[in-house]
Design a protein around this ligand. Structure first.
Ligand code: ADP
Ligand code: MG
Ligand code: MG
Length: 476
């Protein structure tokens, strides 16, 4: 496969990428053209639409934002018009969604694999160690999760040099932005419908986004599988909402394994928090996580599903003959492998040397979620040189990944009421849902998408973190 061949000799990457063959040029994505002189008008309409339809986020500059409902809100950052996006990649990503759902489930059942793969990381990364400690506690108890629910999002970029769809990462916890993603496709549909004459496009080509309804439906189906009509769904969110510490204070386990919170049996615990060390300021939060894990409540995600989503496991799965342990069908394995970018453990000193030599071709990733944690460029070089000189195990906290360079194209990006024309690149994710009760797979489906666009000069992504802009897909 071209990509792995290129990656294997990463040190020699500095040669210019091969040009995209003519027959594949139809696979480029770019923002739909904005009619001349219409930018200001469209931006204003879009801003009004956002306010009227709740396409808003908390305004970090407002002192009462997040403290008082309805106060300190700002329109979500968005791209003025959708990306035209080749059906070729869209179909490929949809096809992969159920395969990744199943892969997560299979890998989650192999406790030894998770423990072994993360054993070195654990020695130098306290957060991962804490998660693994709960996981090994469950292995000792021989704890089985009969009903398993995964709400996933597999993120991709198109690599400009090889024209291939490559996976950036697979998220298994707190897969967010489904509400905003649905909102922005409605915003774009509306703009294109209102200006059909000037823009000359059919709004029906904007892919409708079902992310919210399908994920909500999966939560409801999981609740039904728990089969206790008086049981509740517990949503774990961040500070100033309801935290793990609150659950530690009021939660208890009955002898039959039922998790009780404020006198209610809990059918399902849905984590919208718990993916970051900040969500565990004290031991109380860890005790809450362990309490939940020991209970019979369905966890979205379980500790195993959470661990499967680590960057380290992503890298281990990309090693030769590892997918074969978890998937049976050869075609499926090939399809999954096709979207793997170059991924390396830092035990491999030759790749560390290549990255020190050409840091612009790599991304250095710790075991963290939520954006803003990766290391690039000069910073990457300095970090690797320092960790290598230290001679300890610190390198094991990270993985190295081939840097993907998606083709850039001009785009109108709107933030805080003003627009800028930027040369921009996009990353898109397909949401997935997987629900299983013992041997019965109840849901295994793709559930809509998240399209994010950012200036090509920016390393990181993420809408909430302030790097990226919401976008939608206009299929071509
Ligand atoms: P997180 O779990 O924090 O979202 P990601 O692996 O998705 O971590 O990285 C965050 C962002 O960094 C991505 O949204 C993307 O913009 C950028 N990024 C990550 N990996 C790569 C890569 N291999 N090539 C180019 N950009 C990347
Ligand atoms: Mg992530
Ligand atoms: Mg990400």
């Amino acid at each position: 496969k071209t990509t792995s061949a290129r990656c294997a000799v990463a040190g020699s990457w500095t040669t210019a990428p091969e040009p995209v063959p003519v027959e594949r040029r139809g696979r480029m994505s770019e923002q739909l053209a904005v009619p001349p002189g219409m930018v200001d008008e469209l931006v204003e309409e879009a801003l009004v639409w956002c306010s009227q339809h709740g396409l808003v986020v908390g305004d970090k500059n407002h002192p009462r934002s997040g403290k008082a409902p309805g106060v300190g809100l700002l329109h979500a950052p968005f791209s003025l018009l959708p990306m035209s996006f080749p059906r070729f990649y869209w179909d490929q990503a949809l096809e992969l969604a159920p395969l990744f759902n199943e892969l997560v489930d299979r890998v989650s059942l192999d406790g030894e694999f998770l423990q072994q793969s993360l054993a070195r990381t654990k020695q130098v990364d306290l957060f991962t160690k804490k998660l693994l400690d709960i996981h090994s506690e469950m292995m000792e108890l021989n704890k089985k999760e009969e009903i398993r629910l995964g709400l996933t999002r597999s993120d991709y970029m198109v690599d400009g040099a090889t024209d291939m769809l490559l996976q950036v990462e697979l998220n298994t916890i707190s897969t967010s932005s489904n509400g905003l993603a649905c909102g922005v496709s409605e915003l774009h549909r509306n703009l294109i419908r209102m200006h059909e004459r000037e823009i000359g496009l059919d709004q029906a080509s904007i892919v409708g986004n079902t992310a919210i309804t399908q994920h909500a439906e999966a939560l409801a189906r999981a609740w039904a599988e728990y089969n206790n009509p008086s049981a509740v769904v517990l949503v774990v969110v961040q500070q100033e909402e309801r935290t793990l510490a609150a659950i530690e204070a009021v939660g208890e386990l009955r002898s039959d394994g039922t998790l009780m919170v404020n006198g209610w049996p809990v059918a399902l615990v849905y984590f919208r928090a718990g993916y970051s060390p900040n969500d565990y300021p004290s031991e109380a939060e860890w005790r809450a996580r362990s309490l939940i894990e020991r209970s019979s409540a369905i966890k979205c995600p379980s500790i195993s599903y959470h661990l499967v989503g680590t960057k380290k496991i992503q890298q281990e799965l990309a090693k030769e003959n590892v997918l074969e342990r978890f998937l049976d069908n050869k075609d499926d394995i090939e399809r999954v492998r096709q979207c793997f970018a170059g991924l390396w453990s830092l035990e491999n000193d030759s790749i560390v040397m290549s990255a020190i030599e050409s840091p612009e071709l790599f991304v250095l990733k710790p075991q963290r979620e939520g954006g803003g944690n990766n290391i690039y460029g000069d910073n990457l070089r300095e970090t690797l040189v320092r960790l290598r000189n230290d001679g300890g195990n610190e390198l094991a906290a990270y993985i190295l990944m081939q840097r993907i360079f998606p083709p850039a194209s001009p785009c109108y990006l709107v933030r805080e009421g003003t627009w800028a024309k930027e040369n921009a690149v996009s990353e898109f994710g397909i949401f997935g849902a997987y629900l299983r009760n013992k041997d019965q797979v109840i849901i295994n489906d793709q559930c809509g998408y998240l399209m994010r666009t950012k200036a090509a000069t920016i390393n990181e992504g993420g809408v909430v973190t302030g790097y990226a802009f919401l976008n939608s897909i206009f299929l071509t």
